[in-house]
Design a protein around this ligand. Structure first.
Ligand code: PEP
Ligand code: MG
Length: 573
C-alpha cells in the first residue's frame, strides 16, 4: 500500500492514468537584445492571458464561479510587475534569450514560496509554476492549451474511471479534464492540502491524495487502483478479496454520504430545547464558499482574511478586498458572516511585509497588535469591510485581543473609517456586529470586562490551547502537551460562555476543536451558540450531535433566517 495525505475525501476504484506535464527544455542562448526579447515575452503573456480567460470560463461552466476564481489568482500572478521587471533586469545582465531569463525568475519565485513555513503559501508555488509553464510554452511556440482543442486532445487519452497519478497537476490541467467526466480520483506526489488543485478536488467531491511519494514509479498505466481520499491510502492491483473489501468500503462511504445529505437543512437544537446551535464554516478565501454552501453551512463563522494578503507580492488593494468580502456576504444573504481582520505574525508571514525579528513570534507583534501599530494597513481593510457591509449580514471580528483598551482603540478606528466613508458618499450597513476572538487566557478570564463593548465572542481554541498550556502549536515534539482535553481550557470556555450569556451576547467556537464531534457535543452541552469549522466537518458533526443528543429541528422548520439572538445586534460603534 502507498500512503499519502488525504486531500479530498471519498473512496474510488479505477484505472491508473499516469500524467506528465509537457517537459520544457530551457537552454541559455544569446538573445536578440532586451527590447526584442521582451517583445516576445509580451506576446507570450498576451496569449497566456487569453488562455486564463478561457480556463476561467471553462471552470465556471464545469465547477463553479468560486473555483473559477483560481484563474483570477493566476491572472494576478501573470500581472505581477516583479515577474516582468526582474526578467528585464536579468536579460540586461546576461544578454540571453527571454526563455532562459523568464524561467530563472519563475524558479526564483517558486523557491521563495516553497521555502515559506506556511502550508498555504508553500502551495502557491504550484500556481506560479503553472502560470510560468504556460508562458514558457507559448514562448517556445507550443501552446499548453489555450486552444482548448489541443488540451482536450491530450485529455482524450483519459480512460473511463481514471485515477490520475502525477508528480503534480496544475489547476488548469484539472479544469481541462473535467468536461470529459471520466475522472474518478487524483493522486499527486507533491503538493499540499491547500494547493488549488486540492481545493478544487474537495469542492468537486473528487477523491484526492497528495504527498504520495514515488507513486509515479510504483504505478503503471492501466493498473487497478483503489484509494481512500480521506485516509490517504492507495492499493495498487489489489487481489480479488481486497478489491471486494474496497468495493464494500466504497458502498459504505456512499451510504454515509446519502445519510449526511439527509441532514441538509435540519438544525441542531441546544440543551435548553428551543435555541438552535449554528453550524457555520471557516473559510480562507471566497474560493471556499462553494464547499461551505454544499456542506450546509449556516453562515461563515470565521473568514481568515490573512489569506487574501498571502497569495501575492504586495498588499491587496481596498477594491480587491471589497470584492472578496462582498462575494462572501452575498453568498449567505440570510446568515451572519464573521470576517476576521488581518491576523498575521506568529507562523503567518507576508513575503512583502517585514516584521522585525522576535524571540517569540507567537507572543509578539501579531494580529490586532500589528494592525493597531500599522493603521495604514488596518484602515484599508476596515474601509473594504464597511463598504461591503450593505451586501449581507456582516460581523467584524478582531483577533488576539488581550486588553480592553485594544478593543476600544480598534472600535475608534472603525468608527473614524465609517464616518469618512459616509462623508465620501459611501453607504454602510446600519447593523454590523463587532466581536472579538477569545484566544488569550487573559481575555477569557476577564471576559466580563470585554462583554459590554462587543456583540459576541468567538473562542479560538487553536491559540487558546497554546497560550493556556504554554505549548507552541507548531512544535511537533510537544504535540502530546498541546492538550485539547486540558481541564483549564474547558474551565475557561465554560466561563466565557456563561459570561457571554449573562451579558446577552452570543458566543461561538471557531478553533479546530469545534469540528471534533465529541468536543462539539461537550460545547453544545455548555451552551455554545455557534460552532464554526471547516466545511466538510459540518455534516459529520451534525450527524454525531443528532445521534448523541437527538435534538434536531423538524424538517419543515425554517432554516434560512437569522436566529433572533444573532440578529439582535445594535449598532455599537
Ligand atoms: C484559533 O486560534 O483557534 C483560530 C481560529 O485562529 P487561527 O487558527 O487562525 O490562529
Ligand atoms: Mg488564532
Amino acid at each position: 500500500m502507498i500512503v499519502g495525505r488525504g486531500a479530498a475525501p471519498g473512496i474510488s476504484i479505477g484505472q491508473a492514468f499516469k500524467f506528465r506535464e509537457p517537459v520544457l527544455r530551457i537552454e541559455k542562448k544569446p538573445g536578440s537584445g532586451t527590447d526584442a526579447e521582451m517583445a516576445r515575452l509580451q506576446l507570450a503573456m498576451d496569449q497566456t492571458r487569453q488562455d486564463l480567460a478561457a480556463l476561467k470560463d471553462l471552470s465556471e461552466k464545469n465547477i463553479s464561479a468560486a473555483e473559477a476564481e483560481i484563474f483570477s489568482a493566476h491572472q494576478m500572478i501573470l500581472e505581477d510587475p516583479e515577474l516582468w521587471e526582474q526578467t528585464r533586469q536579468l536579460l540586461e545582465v546576461e544578454a540571453c534569450n527571454v526563455e532562459y531569463a523568464f524561467h530563472r525568475i519563475v524558479q526564483r519565485f517558486v523557491v521563495m514560496f516553497e521555502s515559506m513555513d506556511n502550508d498555504y503559501m508553500r502551495s502557491r508555488a504550484t500556481d506560479v509554476l503553472d502560470v510560468g509553464q504556460r508562458v514558457l510554452l507559448h514562448l517556445q511556440g507550443q501552446s499548453l492549451g489555450s486552444s482548448l482543442g489541443s488540451s482536450l486532445g491530450r485529455s482524450s487519452q483519459l480512460p473511463e474511471n481514471a485515477i490520475v497519478i502525477a508528480t503534480d497537476v496544475g489547476p488548469s490541467t484539472l479544469a481541462q479534464w473535467l468536461p470529459l467526466g471520466r475522472l474518478a480520483g487524483l493522486i499527486i506526489e507533491v503538493g499540499g492540502r491547500n494547493s488549488h488543485v486540492a481545493i478544487m478536488a474537495r469542492s468537486l467531491g473528487l477523491p484526492a491524495i497528495v504527498g504520495a511519494r514515488d507513486a509515479t514509479h510504483l504505478v503503471a498505466d492501466g493498473d487497478l487502483i483503489a484509494m481512500d481520499g480521506d485516509r490517504g491510502e492507495i492499493d495498487v492491483n489489489p487481489d480479488a478479496d481486497l478489491t471486494e473489501a474496497w468495493e464494500r468500503r466504497r458502498q459504505q462511504w456512499q451510504a454515509l454520504q446519502t445519510e449526511l445529505q439527509s441532514l441538509i437543512g435540519r438544525r441542531i437544537i441546544g440543551p435548553e430545547g428551543h435555541r438552535p446551535v449554528t453550524l457555520a464554516a471557516n473559510i480562507g478565501s471566497p474560493a471556499d464558499l462553494q464547499s461551505a454552501l454544499k456542506n450546509d453551512a449556516e453562515g461563515i463563522g470565521l473568514f481568515r482574511t490573512e489569506f487574501l494578503y498571502m497569495d501575492r507580492n504586495s498588499l491587496p488593494s481596498e477594491e480587491s478586498q471589497y470584492q472578496s468580502y462582498r462575494e462572501v456576504l452575498e453568498a449567505f444573504p440570510n446568515h451572519l458572516c464573521v470576517i476576521r481582520t488581518l491576523d498575521i505574525g506568529g507562523d503567518k508571514k507576508l513575503p512583502y511585509f517585514e516584521i522585525p525579528p522576535e524571540e517569540n513570534p507567537f507572543l509578539g507583534l501579531r494580529a490586532l497588535r500589528l494592525c493597531l501599530k500599522h493603521p495604514e494597513i488596518f484602515e484599508v481593510q476596515l474601509r473594504a469591510l464597511l463598504r461591503a457591509s450593505r451586501y449581507g449580514q456582516l460581523a467584524i471580528m478582531f483577533p488576539m485581543v488581550t486588553e480592553v483598551s485594544e478593543l476600544l482603540e480598534a472600535k475608534d478606528i472603525l468608527k473614524k473609517v465609517k464616518n469618512e466613508l459616509l462623508q465620501q458618499g459611501h453607504s454602510v450597513a446600519e447593523h454590523i456586529q463587532v466581536g472579538i476572538m477569545i484566544e488569550v487566557p487573559a481575555a477569557a478570564i476577564s471576559a466580563e470586562d470585554f462583554a459590554p463593548h462587543c456583540d459576541f465572542f468567538s473562542i479560538g481554541t487553536n491559540d487558546l490551547i497554546q497560550y493556556t498550556c504554554a505549548v507552541d502549536r507548531m512544535n511537533k515534539s510537544l504535540e502530546h502537551l498541546y492538550n485539547a482535553e486540558h481541564p483549564a481550557l474547558w474551565k475557561l470556555m465554560a466561563h466565557v460562555i456563561r459570561v457571554a450569556h449573562e451579558n446577552q451576547k452570543w458566543v461561538g467556537v471557531c478553533g479546530e476543536l469545534a469540528g471534533n464531534p465529541e468536543h462539539a457535543r461537550r460545547l453544545v452541552e455548555l451552551g455554545v451558540d455557534e460552532l464554526s469549522m471547516s466545511a466538510p466537518s459540518i455534516l459529520p458533526v451534525k450527524k454525531y450531535l443528532v445521534e448523541a443528543e437527538g435534538r434536531l429541528s423538524d424538517a419543515s422548520s425554517p432554516t434560512s433566517s437569522l436566529p433572533s439572538w444573532q440578529a439582535s445586534s445594535l449598532p455599537n460603534f
